[in-house]
Design a protein around this ligand. Structure first.
Ligand code: NAD
Length: 298
């Protein structure tokens, strides 16, 4: 499949995604507010335009990959937004992690312009974006999902239909709430074990063959030196930032309030990650919660 794809938001995730679209033979027309992030795309043959509405003039299939809800609202609904000049029949795919209610509102506004909006947040980090192995959690009508899959298959490995608009975001924030809780749990256990005199590798080995095993313990262990090639063994650099995790926990708590769901552990995880941001861990990987605990419990 070729054709022109519009791309807005060329950051850590969006940059490599747009690059993979170019590699798969698409023409890419892109925009980002930071000029530096557009350079690799230009060098690889992409075209940069001056606003989201300009992107919409050039293409009828657009992907957005922006930090949070307010950026998505601006890019779609703003005075130079996509919906100012969207062509009828366009398909608009937002892969940012945002509030499901905002996704639903943008979908309604898009429909008024005869365009289709789907939410399609991703799991998998920057490495998966580069390798085109992302998983997309997609919310929208089945038929629109099929259309979106044709494009998303070039930037990801698994494209999953979750239900109506907003359900992709719902799946994403539920997963990340659990991930944050499990990361804090693994960090607390590992820290306690080390304080009790256990070798962290031996303790991790036991947990990983016992009932405490989870992704945070066996694939992304937060203790430096337990696993190679994870952020904890690289001074918590790269990976998934604490500030982004804090944003996602905020979204899950907002959703919990809106639906009267009891999420006491999710609420605690949000407080913990807010504290980490306050203490200067915002740009570090979210597994740095172990570093925080081990340095502050003396
Ligand atoms: P990022 O901050 O690296 O990139 C966002 C890009 O959007 C930046 O280049 C920024 O300049 C651009 N931008 C901001 N406002 C804009 C506007 N008005 N118009 C055009 N461009 C604008 O963020 P990221 O790490 O690429 O993450 C993007 C989204 O993906 C977030 O919602 C994040 O939660 C989610 N996500 C990230 C990861 C990860 O590992 N980084 C993993 C899964 C999901």
């Amino acid at each position: 499949c070729t054709g022109t794809v519009g791309f807005i938001g060329l950051g850590n995730m969006g940059g490599p995604m747009a690059m993979n679209l170019l590699k798969s033979g698409h023409k890419v027309v892109a925009f980002d507010v930071i000029e530096a992030s557009t350079k690799p795309i230009v060098e690889a043959g992409g075209q940069i335009v001056s606003s989201p509405s300009e992107v919409a003039k050039h293409s009828t299939q657009i992907i957005t990959m922006l930090p949070n809800s307010s950026h998505v609202q601006e890019v779609y609904l703003g005075s130079e937004g996509i919906l100012q000049s969207v062509q009828a029949g366009s398909i608009l795919i937002d892969s940012s992690t945002i509030d499901p209610a905002v996704s639903q509102n943008v979908a309604k506004q898009s429909e008024l312009k005869s365009a289709t909006y789907l939410d399609a947040p991703v799991s998998g980090g920057v490495g998966a974006a580069q390798a085109a192995t992302l998983t997309f959690m997609v919310g929208g009508e089945k038929e629109d999902f099929e259309t979106a899959s044709h494009i998303l298959n070039h930037v990801g490995k698994n494209v999953v239909h979750c239900g109506g608009v907003g359900t992709g975001q719902a799946a994403k924030i539920c997963n990340n709430m659990l991930l944050a809780i499990s990361m804090i749990g693994v960090s607390e256990s590992m820290n306690l074990g080390i304080k009790l005199g256990l070798n962290p590798k031996i303790l991790a080995g036991i947990i990983n063959t016992s009932s405490g095993r989870c992704w945070s313990s066996d694939t992304y262990n937060p203790v430096p030196g337990v696993l190679p090639n994870v952020p904890s063994s690289n001074n918590y650099q790269g990976g998934f930032g604490t500030a982004l995790m804090t944003k996602d926990l905020g979204l899950s708590q907002q959703a919990a309030s809106a639906t009267n769901s009891l999420t006491p552990m999710g609420a605690s995880a949000l407080q913990m990650y807010r504290m980490l941001c306050e203490k200067g861990f915002g740009e570090k990987d979210f597994s740095s919660v172990f570093k925080f605990l081990s340095e502050n419990d003396k």
